[in-house]
Unconditional design. Structure first.
Length: 149
């Protein structure tokens, strides 16, 4: 099963977008799916359903940080190299999906009211939301980047 399929399945089981992408890479970061569900939990819905940066993007960056992030905070070169890697992932997601912003990806009004209350996952929900495709896209982008490394 591909990472995009795994991420899509996690989303369909109730994970938010960030959780779905992050947990798909549990073996690569030597963490459990449950640990990654918890770690990524606040990024869903564009940061607590604020509809800002897409949760799928946040999950992708979270895993990239764990795999490639610099831990020497004085190493400017490593920091800059990692930022370049992240920007490449973001650019690919934006190229494939037209935006990095949750509200734009969902076609919501910029000034629309948001709430912290998540919507029930129903058949209609999955038919009207691109989220399964977005988590699959983020997982595929990251999987290709890992393979190319």
């Amino acid at each position: 099963m591909t990472k995009s399929e795994i991420a899509g399945n996690f989303f369909k089981q109730g994970a938010n977008c960030a959780q779905a992408v992050a947990a798909a890479f549990a073996p690569e970061v030597s963490m459990s799916e449950v640990e990654l569900f918890k770690l990524a939990s606040g990024f869903g819905g564009g940061f607590g359903r604020r509809r800002e940066v897409c949760g799928a993007v946040s999950g992708m960056v979270l895993i990239a940080n764990m795999l490639y992030g610099n831990d020497d905070i004085t190493d400017k070169s490593a920091k800059d190299d990692h930022y370049a890697r992240i920007r490449k992932l973001l650019k690919e997601f934006e190229t494939q999906n037209s935006s990095l912003i949750c509200r734009e990806l969902l076609g919501l009004d910029k000034n629309g009211e948001t709430t912290h209350v998540s919507e029930p996952r129903s058949k209609e929900y999955y038919q009207t939301r691109p989220c399964v495709e977005l988590v699959a896209s983020a997982a595929e982008i990251l999987e290709k980047a890992i393979t190319a490394s």
